[in-house]
Each structure stands twice: as structure tokens, then as C-alpha cells.
Design a protein around this ligand. Structure first.
Ligand code: CMC
Length: 430
């Protein structure tokens, strides 16, 4: 017999179904609540709202657990790679050798941009932020695609997913080239996904670039760790847009915009800017911690805290470990890494952070690795977007495959003026 939750309100009792997830998470299904009682639920910022049922990613924020389709992030980081993980996230299972080869072949086949689309880049000013360019160009690229989405058909959907994943990477590199005034590179069909991106980013007509295998591995790890993260702000945006039956490109373009902000994907940029500022000003980490904690402080310790993780973000643990290895392999040192480690230590021993359960998140150390690879700071969030694309595609597809899917349309509690009559201009006092 299914469990029920009981709500008492104004002398009446209402029974609401309890939904249990496969990992034992429990939720009250409130869909019938308003019809029964007139009540809606109010949860500003959705901190306690399950907006959907999803079989893609599982997070236990108290225990610091993250799994894609059941596989722990630690195992995927060690044994998998971005393209394989993308396949897993989108299609639900690890691919066979043949399935992976087919997916890789599609990623290569779709890596080019239509020549007319390449001309669109000329309209952006040189200092345009690559996130704005990326979002606009994903939407523009949509006009050049046949409508082949077919979410219910694995093989055809694989083609659509590969098109988006592959072209996003080409667009991202092109937006960087545009921002530094260099000619855009064509992709090289002989290179796999990540090396090809680095080639498009860094090759110049007068200076060919051969992707360094350590840099490729490091970037691959970053992308793998970002592949999905359940109902975060940008993924919820993609689902929201997709729920109106807007196509996958339009939905992904909206996801890029949501990701851009410093409280979400933009935090990786903000962390490095904060560390650079500390480095240049010579302020001590203690001074920074005091500033962050000050009453009414607008300053946050960027890269710290998370809506869901009240323990270590497992991705941050993996990236922190990788930082030392990557810097050593690439023969780099970075004073920002020392500052970051000192900041982390100071914060983790400070009651402000301990009481609020604020730990380093994925963005705290990822910028150190991206800097070591040579990725410019204004491209950090773009890298996040490339990495998150499989998650957005999988979530978009889930919305479309769900037979019970409805347009996302929350309610509100109105707090504005009550009914009043129109006042003619000549009677308005001001
Ligand atoms: N530095 C200082 N104080 C903080 C921080 C921080 N980074 N994060 C949260 N707090 C404080 C916050 O001021 C509040 O204090 P009080 O209870 O005294 O009012 C308390 O901790 C609870 O925070 P919250 O604002 O309710 O937390 P939230 O769940 O609404 O926000 C967050 C989560 C990630 C937006 C927030 O922790 C934050 O702004 N962090 C810095 C930005 C950042 O690193 N974002 C990346 C998130 S992970 C990757 C991604 O999603 O893109």
C-alpha cells in the first residue's frame, strides 16, 4: 500500500501521496493540493521543490555523493572520458565499443559549421563575451539544422545529440578566436573531441599547435566532471524551455544564459579573479575571510558553498587532487593554487563556514587547471557549457519522452496592489 502524508488545515484533513525514488528519497506529491484545499506551496528559489522525476543523475548532498546513471563520479573520472560519459548521460548505459565508435564518428561528421554561419561571427564586437556569443550562435546554428530531433528514436536522436555537442565546441573555439582577432580554425577530422577543441582554440596560421596529451587529459577530466548535475539553474532552464516543446538548440541556448551568472557557472571565472586580486593586493587570507564574514558583506568566498552539497563537493575533491598532478606534468607553477589551498584551509577551520556547511565546490579549483592549459579566463564558463551539454541534452530528451510531461508553469503568491481603478493622467498627483 502506498504511503500518504497528511495535512491538516482549517479543520480539514488532506491526504497526499508520497513518492519514493530509487535511492530512497521521499517527496510529497502536491499536484492535487490546490484542487483539494485551495493551497499552493511556496518555496522561493525552489530549495525544497522536486520539479521532476529524473533517472539521469543522483546527488546526496549530505554524504557528498554524485552519480551519473548510477556510476560514481570518482569511477568515471578515473576510468572513463568525456565522450563516453556523454554517451552514458544521454543514452543511459555505457556504450559498447561499436556504439562509442559510432558516436565518435558522428561527432567528427558534424564538427563543421555551415560557411554562412561562420560569417555571423563577424557581427560581434571584438570584446563580446564568449558566453553571449555562444548562446546567440547556438540559436543561429539551429536555423542551419534539419529538424532531426526524434527523441524517441535512439539512433536518430544520437545524430541530433552529436550535432549539438560537436558544433557547440566549434562555436566555442570560434568565439574565442573572434575575441582575440585571430582567424577561425576549421576542425581537424583526425583529432578526437577534446584535442580538436584545443587545436581550434590555439592553432594559428603562423604557429601550428599540437595538443599536449597532458593538457588534453586535464581538460577531458574537467568536462567529464561537469557533464551533468541534476536540477541546477541551467539544467532546470533547459527543461523549462524544453517543456514548451521548444527545440533542443533553443533550450540549450537558454541554458548557456542561465549558466553565465557568477552564482552558477560564472563562479569559475569569479574564483580566479578573486585569487588574482588577492595575489596582486598582497592581502592575507585571514583578511579576506574577515571581509567575507562581515555583517552585510556583499563579498562571498567564490567557489564555496552549494545549494545541495552540505559536505565536500565530490568534484572539488577530484579537481583539487588533479591540480597538483596537472601543474607538475605541464611543468607549471601557479601562485594562485597556494592561495586557494590556504583559503580553503582557513575557511574549513572557521566557524562561519563550518556552521553554514560551506565547502569548496567544483568551481574552486577548476580555474587553476584551465589556466595551466592556457585557457583564458573569459572562456572558463564556456568550457563549463561544453561540459554540461550532455546533461542538458539528456534532460531535454527526458522531458520530451515523459508521457506525463506538462509545460513547466509554477504559480505564485501575489503581493501587489489589490483592485483599483484606472486614474486619468490629469488626476495623477505627481
Ligand atoms: N561565501 C560566504 N558566505 C556564503 C557563501 C560564500 N560563498 N555561500 C553561502 N554563504 C552564506 C550565506 O550568506 C548564508 O549566510 P546567512 O545564513 O548568514 O544568511 C548561508 O551561507 C547560506 O547561503 P545561501 O545563500 O542560502 O545558499 P544558497 O543555497 O542560496 O546559494 C550558492 C548557494 C552556491 C549560490 C552560494 O553558496 C554562493 O553564492 N556561492 C558562491 C558562488 C559559487 O561558488 N557558485 C558556484 C556553485 S557550484 C557550481 C554551479 O552550480 O555552477
Amino acid at each position: 500500500m502506498s504511503e500518504k502524508a497528511v495535512l491538516q488545515f482549517r479543520g480539514k484533513t488532506y491526504e497526499l501521496p508520497v513518492i519514493v525514488g530509487t535511492e530512497g528519497e521521499i517527496a510529497i506529491d502536491v499536484q492535487s493540493l490546490r484542487a483539494q484545499s485551495g493551497l499552493i506551496t511556496l518555496d522561493e528559489g525552489y530549495a525544497n521543490t522536486g520539479s521532476c522525476r529524473s533517472s539521469i543523475t543522483f546527488i546526496d548532498g549530505e554524504k557528498g555523493i554524485l552519480r551519473y546513471r548510477g556510476y560514481p563520479i570518482e569511477e568515471l573520472a578515473e576510468h572513463s572520458n568525456f565522450v563516453e560519459t556523454a554517451y552514458l548521460v544521454i543514452f543511459g548505459e555505457l556504450p559498447t565499443a561499436q556504439q562509442l565508435a559510432d558516436f565518435r564518428a558522428l561527432l567528427s561528421e558534424h564538427e563543421y559549421l555551415h560557411e554562412d554561419l561562420r560569417h555571423h561571427f563577424e557581427g560581434f564586437p571584438p570584446n563580446a563575451h564568449p558566453m553571449g556569443t555562444l548562446s546567440a550562435m547556438i540559436n543561429a546554428a539551429n536555423s542551419f539544422q534539419p529538424v532531426l530531433l526524434q527523441p524517441e528514436d535512439d539512433a536518430r536522436f544520437m545524430d541530433s545529440a552529436a550535432r549539438l555537442m560537436s558544433k557547440v565546441r566549434t562555436i566555442a573555439a570560434a568565439s574565442y578566436k573572434k575575441s582575440v582577432g585571430q582567424p577561425m580554425n576549421y576542425p581537424r577530422p583526425d583529432l578526437p573531441y577534446v584535442s580538436n577543441f584545443l587545436h581550434m582554440m590555439f592553432s594559428r596560421p603562423n604557429k601550428p599547435y599540437e595538443p599536449d596529451p597532458d593538457a588534453v587529459r586535464a581538460l577531458d577530466l574537467i568536462l567529464t566532471l561537469h557533464a551533468d548535475h541534476e536540477q541546477n539553474c541551467s539544467t532546470s532552464t533547459v527543461r523549462m524551455v524544453g517543456s514548451s516543446q521548444a527545440n533542443m538548440w533553443a533550450s540549450a541556448s537558454a541554458g548557456v544564459c542561465a549558466l553565465w551568472g557568477p552564482l552558477h557557472g560564472g563562479a569559475n571565472t569569479a574564483v580566479v579573479q578573486m585569487l588574482e586580486q588577492i595575489h596582486q593586493s598582497g592581502e592575507s587570507v585571514e583578511q579576506i575571510i574577515v571581509k567575507v564574514k562581515a555583517k552585510n558583506s556583499k563579498m562571498k568566498l567564490m567557489g564555496f558553498g552549494h545549494r545541495v552539497y552540505k559536505n565536500f563537493d565530490p568534484r572539488a575533491k577530484i579537481i583539487k587532487k588533479a591540480c597538483d598532478v596537472v601543474l607538475e606534468k605541464l611543468k607549471r607553477t601557479d601562485p594562485l593554487l597556494d592561495i586557494a589551498k590556504k583559503l580553503e584551509e582557513a575557511a574549513l577551520n572557521d566557524s562561519y563556514f563550518v556552521e553554514r556547511k560551506l565547502y569548496p565546490n567544483v568551481d574552486f579549483y577548476s580555474g587553476i587547471i584551465l589556466r595551466a592549459i592556457g585557457i583564458p579566463v573569459n572562456m572558463f564558463t564556456v568550457i563549463f557549457a561544453i561540459g554540461r551539454m550532455p546533461g542538458w541534452i539528456a534532460n531535454w530528451r527526458e522531458v520530451h519522452l515523459d508521457p506525463n510531461s506538462r509545460i513547466y508553469r509554477p504559480r505564485q503568491i501575489y503581493t501587489g496592489p489589490t483592485l483599483r481603478s484606472y486614474v486619468p493622467m490629469e488626476q495623477r498627483g505627481r
